[in-house]
Structures are given as C-alpha cells and as structure tokens.
Ligand binder design. Structure first.
Ligand code: AHM
Ligand code: MG
Length: 335
C-alpha cells in the first residue's frame, strides 16, 4: 500500500515483487535513472545563470567546459546507465546510432534496453520553461551475452517493461510505470529525495484542454482541423480551452492531471509528424494507457505500431480516453 511519506527508493523496493521478472535488476535500473535525474535537475536549475557562468563552448570557473544542457543530460544518463551491469544497449535522441554496452564481454548478463530522450523540449530552456527527460525500457530479444542488435530496439511499444519521464518544472517530478499504474514522485531539493506525491495517477476520461501547435493548422489533416473546430464550438461543456507549452512532458503531465488531449499530427513540414516513436511516443503511450488514457496516431494504437527505424517519427494523439476517441472519429470520417 502506497503512502505519501514514501521515498522513491522505498517505493521501488516495496513494489519490486509485483514485477514479473523480480530479480531486482529493473529496480536498480529505475534507481540509476533517479540518480541521473537529480544530477541533470541540478544543472537545469542553473540554466538561467548561463550568462554568468558561461555559454556552451566556454570554460567555467573550475576550468571545466560548459556544455549545452541537452548534451550534458545525454552524457549523464548514458554514464549512469552504463555503469551498473544491467543495461546492454541504449538509444538516445542525441545519438545517431544505438550504443552497445559490454559488447566485448561474453559473460555479461545485462538484459535491459533503454531508449531515452535526455532533454525533451530543450528549446524552452533559454526562456525558463519546463523541459523533461523521457525513458522507455525493454528486455532484449537477442541472446544475453551477445552484442545487442537493432531488433532489440525496434520492439513494439506494448513490449515495454517500464517507461516514465522527469519533468523539470516548478518542482521536479519523476513519473513512471512498470505496468502497474502510474506513480509520481516530487523531488525535495533540500534533502535530495523524491517523495511519492501523486500515487496512482489517472487521466480523467473527459477533459477540456486541447494542446496542439495551432501555428501549423493550415497543414493539418482535415480530421484534425474538424476536431479542433469541434473543441472550439459552444455546446455542453465546450468550448474547450487551449494550452500548449511546446514541451511534450509538461503538456502531457498537465493533461493527465487536469484532463486533456495532446496532438502532434502530420503536416507538410512534418510529413510523418514530428515526435519520435521509440523514445517519445511509446513511453508516453504506455504511461497514458496505464493511467486510463489513450494514445494513437489517429487510426492505430501507438503501442501496436511496428517500428522500422530508430528515429522514426509518427503522428501522435494522446490523452483523456474520450477526447482521443473523438479525435479518431473525426480522422476516420475525413479519411
Ligand atoms: P525536441 O525533441 O527537439 O525537443 O522536440 C520535441 C518537442 C516536444 O516536446 C514538443 O511537444 C514539440 O517538440 C513542440 O514542437 P513545435 O515547436 O513544433 O510545436
Ligand atoms: Mg525530444
């Protein structure tokens, strides 16, 4: 039974047995994400001081090179995940190809694959708006002890064993699922511990918020244009309200708490949509479904899409179940 005084560390240990491969490795993996999140959080919080302590390419007061935050976050997550003999492969938005870990060591037993967007929405950093880290975890499909292959990464979203995000917002939260609901933990910066603040998070079935970059409206498919018009028409509890941060993690987080829908459809500038299936859409889809929400590309469940490449993009519609289903109805009608 969860309680709000629990730290993330305690929660992980207490819930370890509910995971079907409860050897403790996944718990250690989540723990290493927790650690990297704290390190990145510390750096993100200093972002406003960049003009004082130096820009990317400069050297800081300790003589260390200053880095762009997304590069920094990428390095920290990769370093933390590689050191613990749990993960055999990592793919990141910041890396062209996947990274194989311990590939020279035939005795290694590492079973887990991690796909990560280390700092999503990083264009928001310069203006002090929330950004996030997104992660997705699978078990490898190729034999343990061999180098990982692309097929280990190109698994359908429904094969995920865990997924989550960190939102570096007014407070920093780590939200994750291992397939038993979604729990949110808030960082107490004074102590450096995450505490269970949002147990068993659920999307309201209905919502009143739609989140989309309406600057792309003219490029949207007709079904999405019609859905947006529907959201704007006065009827019952409509018109809905529009909220778009332009930072997927933050838009998703708000919509999960308040009820709403996030959309990044295809358009002429983004013929397949903008967001990446493997480390943006699938983890958010897993979280959404675990929280009674829904995620689709307009026609197909996101987690049923067969991946064909590491950095594949797909249209993404995600949020409160009834809103996503309504958007799908409009997509179907305009087919
Ligand atoms: P990024 O991975 O380059 O940061 O892009 C992903 C981000 C999402 O967080 C956000 O929802 C979307 O891009 C915003 O895109 P746009 O500025 O086109 O509306
Ligand atoms: Mg991203």
């Amino acid at each position: 039974m969860s309680n709000k005084n629990q730290t993330l560390g305690e929660f992980i240990i207490e819930n370890q047995s509910s995971f079907k491969y409860s050897s403790g490795e996944l718990s250690r993996l989540i723990n290493s994400i927790r650690l990297a999140a704290k390190v990145v959080n510390h750096e993100v919080n200093k972002a406003g001081l960049v003009d004082i302590i130096g820009n990317a390419g400069d050297t800081n007061i300790q003589g260390e090179d200053q880095q762009k935050l997304d590069v920094y976050a990428n390095e920290k997550f990769i370093q933390t995940l590689t050191k613990r003999n749990i993960v055999c492969g990592i793919a990141s938005e910041e890396e062209d190809s996947f990274i194989s870990i311990n590939s020279q060591d035939e005795n290694h037993q590492n079973k887990y694959i991690v796909l990560i967007d280390p700092l999503d929405g990083s264009s928001n950093i310069d203006v002090n708006v929330s950004v996030g880290t997104i992660f997705s975890i699978y078990r490898r499909v190729t034999p343990v002890g061999t180098p990982v292959k692309l097929e280990d990464f190109l698994q359908k979203g429904r094969e995920q064993v865990a997924a989550g995000y960190v939102v570096y917002g007014t407070s920093t939260m780590l939200v994750y699922t291992t397939g038993h609901g979604v729990n949110g933990f808030t960082l107490n910066p004074a102590i450096g511990s995450f505490y269970l603040s949002h147990p068993d998070m659920k999307f309201p079935a209905d919502g009143t918020i739609y989140s989309v970059n309406e600057g792309n409206y003219l490029d949207f498919p007709l079904g999405i244009k019609n859905f947006i018009k529907y959201c704007q028409q006065e009827e019952g509890d409509r018109p809905y309200t529009s909220r778009y941060i332009g930072s997927l993690v933050s838009d998703f987080h708000r919509n999960m708490i308040k009820g709403g829908i996030y959309m990044y459809p295809k358009g002429s500038r983004n013929p397949n949509g903008k967001l990446r299936l493997l480390y943006e859409c699938n983890p958010m889809a897993f979280l959404a479904e675990q929280a009674n929400g829904k995620a689709s590309d307009g026609f197909t469940r996101i987690m049923d899409i067969e991946p064909t490449e590491l950095h594949q993009r797909v249209p993404f519609i995600c949020g409160s179940k009834n809103m996503v289903e309504k958007a799908e109805e409009f997509m179907e009608a305009a087919k």
